[in-house]
Every structure is written in structure tokens, then in C-alpha cells.
Design a binder for this molecule. Sequence first.
Ligand code: SF4
Length: 453
Amino acid sequence: MSLPRVVAVAPGSPADRAGLAPGDEVVSIDGRVPRDVLEWRFMVDEADVELDVRRGGVDRTVVVDKRDGEALGAEVHSSVFDQVRTCDNHCEFCFIYQLPKGMRRSLYLKDDDYRLSFLYGNFTTLTRFTEADFERVVTEGLSPLHVSIHATDPDVRTRMLRNRRGATSLRWLRALLDAGIEVHGQIVVCPDINDGDVLADSLAGVLDRYSSLASLCVVPLGISDHSNEPAMRAHTPEEARGVVELVERWQETFLRLLGHRLVFAADEYYLLAGLPFPEPDSYEGFPMHEDGIGMARAFELEFTGRTSTGIGSRPGFFQWVDGAPAEGYRATRVTLRSRSGGGDTARRGNVAILTGTYGARVLEPLVQGLGRADVRVVPVDNRFFGGNIGVTGLMVGEDLARVLAGEPEGDRYLLPDVCLTQGTFLDGTSPDDLPRPVEIVATDGVSLRAALA
Ligand code: SF4
């Protein structure tokens, strides 16, 4: 158990007026010890809170004069103060097992924590979910949650999770849905394991038992060069086409029976199969945008000015790992930052948009549509992870440095912030380590359009 440590205090806020300062460790709030930022929020929401605080090894009491419901104005270092609930599954397709050696230790932590599901959209398998967790979710209204389904057949799910509780833990999904909790589901498809007839059976199982799911994404497994699982392999284009066709057939069924499509295939499947993306309307508001569903269409809408607000991705894969404060405590999103060394010279040069290999296939036609000879897309091949990893969010500094070293000096280089967590790439390097200055742009079409204007 760690104590919540204050990392920022908003000037003029109740916390500021009471003398709370960055570095203070909060021992208790009105005599109670919060386990996580959810409890913290509830506790500091009340009027006139009394904080027992440790500063420089000395304990003191800070009395905060505030109204009920008024924001305290203090950010804390982490979202979970007791231990993150770790995962007891051993999925063959788990990406954590496929990380190269030598990355930050925290990245190797497998979480299966419903609190992170609520706060960050992490998926939970519910294999460690308990009656007490259920009570808390319902009582505190921790909705929406995000649940990994993978297969509704108990034997297949057990095999995929390599955990016998995989067979029974979806009972919690039923209970959550019955209690009115909004749940978004996920199926990671592994060829020869849960594709084809198994996937069709799972979608039938969803219709039968979990039809009140808010949405369900069907995504391909990511397979890096560091996988040690011989049964795991990437989809062929024909298999990708099969998944898309199956999902689209089931969309029609769900639409007819439930009034909405419910299930969506990942953008990656359309790219792999060489199929056009569905029309924007068919994404029904992009409920699983952050899971790679409809990102390409959303980006197109934003980039071409057909929507004025960014649907956008949050910056940073694995962002919860570093204890990034949860939504509401997050720092303001970076919109455009220029590293020193750019300036007027760079502004006169050509513009290069750095992106992953999948992102390049989406961006290239959009950039061509601008008719600007001074703007180009620079795909960054992911050699750090290797395998079929081509998403922009997993771009790392090492690969960017290699690509940038071969690009001309003096051009403007735009880098999407989705590959950064608190200013750091997954390989531990930062934009300042790159051989060319880069401008960091929020990963949405509105921001990119503004950066190119
Ligand atoms: S449940 Fe998630 S974190 Fe756990 S082993 Fe499976 S893929 Fe990895």
C-alpha cells in the first residue's frame, strides 16, 4: 500500500488555500485511508475535509475549507494506492509476454483490475473478480467497464486464458449487465483457435446471453518477434477477409434484432484484407475508437473538416502503468509543441508526418487529397517489436531515430502523441533523443489539419 502523493495543486483551489503542497503524502482523509483514486474522489468530494498529511517525515493536519462537490484541486501520483490486481491468466497471445527484454519493469505487469478497466478502459477477464468487487462496482456505479470475452464457449475460453476460471468468470459479465452496468466487450482473434466457427459461435453466444453489451470489438492478435508461442501466428489476408465478412453478417443480425450493430471488426482487419472501411455512420458514434475500431474513418472525418471536434486517441499505450492520473486528473492534452531547433527555418521546409505502417496507409490518401507537394507521410517500420506490429501507438524512439536519420534536415517533422506516455516512448527514449526536432501533435485529424495549416 502506498500513500497518495500530491503531484500538483491548482492555484487558488481549496487545496491551495489550505496549504496542501506537491510532495505531501496523504495518510488519511477524515480518518479514512483511500485505496485508490476512486475512493479518493468520493472522500475529497465532501465539504470541509481534514487531511492527515506527511511532509518531510513530519505528520500534520490540513483542514480544507470547501463546499460539498467542489473540486479539491490536487492531483495525486497514481490511480491505485493499494496493489494493482494482477492477472492470473497465461494467454498465448498476451502482448506482455511478447515484449522485448530490458524495457521498464512496470511494463511487464499484467493487470486484471476492474478499477483500471473503469479508469483507463483496460480490459478485464473477470477471472479474479469477487462478490465484493461486484458490490463496489454496482454501489459506486463504476460504469462503463471493459471485458475480454474471447470466446463464449467455456472450454475455448479456458484454453485461451490458460485458466480454468475462464470457464465460469463470464457469469460476472451477466451479473454486471443485469445490474445495469455498461460493458464493452472484446474478442482477440487467434487464427485456428477462436476464428471461423468458434467466432460465429461466440457471436451467437453474445446474442443469446450478453445481448445488452454496449459494444463488442473483434481485434486481431498482435504478434511480435519476441513471442515464444508456436501456435500463435498472424492472420493471412484471406482470414482477415473471413473475419470482416462474418462480423458484417452478424452486424445485420444484431441490427435487425437489437436495433444496433453491437459488434465491430478492427480497422486492422480491413487494412489486412484490403477492404474499404465501413461508412462512418455504421460505427454508431465510435464507441470503441480507442480499441482500434473506426479510427481511420474518424480521422478522415476530422481531417477533412466534416467534424469540428477531435474524436482522437488518448496519448500513450500502457499509460496507466506509469500511474498517470485518471481522467479528470490528467494534465491538459498537448496540442502542438515544437522542440527547440525547429523555428523559422523548419517552418519554411517541407512537412513530414511520422506514423506507423498502418497509419501510413490511412494517411497517404488523405494527404494526397490535399494536393500539397510539400507534405509527405513517413511510415516508421516497427523493428523494435517486429512481427505484425504496425500501429502508430507502438512506435518507439529507436525506430523513429533510424528513420529520421535518413530524412533531410530543416523539414518539419510531426509526431502523433499517441506513441508517448508522459513524454516517453515505450523504449524509454524521448523526443529529445531523436536526430531531428519533432513537433508533437495530438493524434486526431483536427489537430493534424491545424498543424499543416
Ligand atoms: S488476460 Fe490479458 S494480461 Fe492476462 S495473460 Fe491474458 S492477455 Fe495477458
